[in-house]
Design a protein around this ligand. Structure first.
Ligand SMILES: Nc1ncnc2c1ncn2[C@@H]1O[C@H](COP(=O)(O)OP(=O)(O)OP(=O)(O)O)[C@@H](O)[C@H]1O
Ligand SMILES: [Mg+2]
Length: 332
């Protein structure tokens, strides 16, 4: 699989960036979690930075989280200060509390705005490069469709450095939200055009994988009729498949008194919570125009700006993405 190859290359000092796109609930975060769980055992250090669906989120939030992770996993505050070296004044712009921890940090250089940003980006990339000298890194940027402009520019900047570093960066994003005017559209196009990122598109599950999902949730073999019905209702979206399953379980419609699946789960009985129906309608309508909606389009594409989906109003999401469990930034 592509991520396996990229990890092996990163391990050999030739890092890169992978961008995992797919609709809401298709399994992007789950895939990264699985990879993160796997590579932790292979001596990679995993550092996670998330983007949040908050209007006035502080800039560079995922990088702040990643740096917090580096700090948390440092052998000592002094070791962290040493790692920062001359880049400390720039890093302290993102983590102001460093100035209280290390009063020796000098004030940042005063530079014209454009130069200042470049200086900041170089400093942060240098710190990441130095962090990777002790063990290879897996950097996760979850939900990049919510990233602020600065974060996206910094990811682009970092992507240019990665080929010389033992660092694999993996970003996830909802491709159904990235219309041509979306903030992520241009960086995504640039990165792919310059071959600085590899794209991975996650698709809905085929019926056999829905069967496996139901087997995982129930601990028993699901009857084919149930698999077919859940697959049809969810259209292979694992999040919705889980929701349909949970709903039916809560309604007491799945299992007989013996705790086993009822033989006859009547297909007409299958329904989903009302909120999920309207949520899924948003997802499906957004993805129904695929091709035109997916971003990036073929490089020459210049289509009309599609409307955004109604996913935001979803009320059946059990949790915002930000609360998905990802391995915590692992103390070393
Ligand atoms: N292949 C799969 N098999 C079983 N369960 C899955 C699979 N893919 C995803 N899931 C489950 O579906 C749910 C949604 O997955 P996940 O959170 O990874 O989606 P996502 O693509 O990151 O969505 P979002 O865009 O909202 O962040 C999770 O509970 C996850 O465990
Ligand atoms: Mg996710």
């Amino acid at each position: 699989m592509k991520l396996g190859r990229l990890l092996a290359e990163a391990n050999a000092g030739n890092g890169g960036l992978a961008l995992i796109g797919g609709e809401a609930g298709v399994g992007k975060t789950r895939l990264v979690q699985a990879v993160a769980g796997d590579v932790t055992a292979r001596e990679f250090r995993v550092l996670v930075g998330r983007c949040y669906e908050i209007e006035a989120a502080p800039p560079y939030t995922p990088f702040v989280e990643i740096l917090e992770g580096v700090l948390a996993s440092a052998l000592s505050p002094e070791a962290f200060r040493e790692l920062l070296g001359d880049d400390a004044p720039e890093v302290a712009k993102l983590l102001p509390r460093l100035r209280r921890m290390f009063p020796d940090i000098p004030p940042p250089l005063e530079l014209p705005a454009e130069q200042e940003r470049r200086y900041l980006f170089n400093s942060l990339a240098d710190v990441i490069a130095r962090t990777a000298t002790t063990e290879p890194l897996l950097l996760v940027f979850d939900d990049l469709h919510w990233a602020d402009e600065g974060t996206l520019q910094l990811v682009e900047h970092l992507a240019q450095r990665l080929p010389g570093l033992p660092v694999l960066a993996v970003g996830t994003y909802r491709d159904t939200e990235v219309t041509p005017t979306h903030r992520l559209a241009r960086p995504l196009e640039n990165l792919l055009r310059q071959h600085l990122a590899e794209q991975i598109n996650l698709q809905r599950l085929p019926r056999k994988d829905v069967a496996a999902l139901l087997r995982g949730l129930s601990g028993q073999q699901p009857p084919p009729a149930l698999v077919a019905a859940v697959h049809a209702q969810s259209q292979g979206n694992p999040f919705f498949a889980e929701e349909v399953f949970k709903h039916l379980a809560e309604e007491g419609r799945l299992y007989g008194e013996d705790g086993l699946f009822r033989d006859e789960v009547v297909i007409a009985e299958l329904d989903v919570p009302r909120a999920c129906v309207s949520y899924s309608a948003g997802v499906w309508s957004a993805s129904a125009n695929t091709g035109a909606e997916r971003w990036p389009p073929p490089l020459s594409w210049a289509g009309p700006s599609p409307t955004s989906s109604s996913k935001r109003s979803a009320s059946c999401r059990p949790m915002p993405s930000s609360t998905h469990s990802m391995p915590p930034n692992r103390p070393g």
